[in-house]
Design a protein around this ligand. Structure first.
Ligand code: SF4
Ligand code: SF4
Length: 109
């Protein structure tokens, strides 16, 4: 499937433990990646500094669902299921997009 521009769920919801340009300690869950552009594309797409993990997550129905809201719900559940036990961040609160990301459109990273 094609990525939906304006979704950006995988660039916001999930945590990334490896350093990312602009985020040397990695990206916490629920925090938009520093490399997201204003139109919610990856500013590092095609560049060598783009983290390998990002290229290892191709769009799929299992991860992205059929709507951006579904992608947020799927990835939120996945993030919570894979958090270490006892983690300070472990809660069962769903991870929702920051307010300025809630004008969900239909585009690709
Ligand atoms: S459609 Fe999938 S790959 Fe594209 S931004 Fe959303 S979750 Fe990520
Ligand atoms: S794909 Fe780009 S914007 Fe998304 S998390 Fe990776 S570096 Fe950040």
């Amino acid at each position: 499937m094609e990525c939906r521009i304006g979704c950006a769920a995988c660039c916001i919801v999930i945590s990334i433990s490896s350093p990312i340009p602009g985020m040397p300690n990695g990206k916490p869950a629920g925090v938009p990646c520093a490399n997201l552009t204003a139109d919610k594309r990856c500013g590092l797409f095609g560049k060598p500094e783009r983290p390998a993990v990002c290229g290892s997550l191709p769009p799929s129905l299992d991860m992205c669902g059929t709507t951006n809201e579904e992608a947020y719900a799927i990835l939120s559940a996945l993030e919570q299921a894979t958090r270490p036990r006892g983690s300070a961040a472990s809660s069962h609160q769903p991870i929702t997009p920051p307010a300025h990301y809630q004008d969900i459109g239909e585009t690709s990273i």
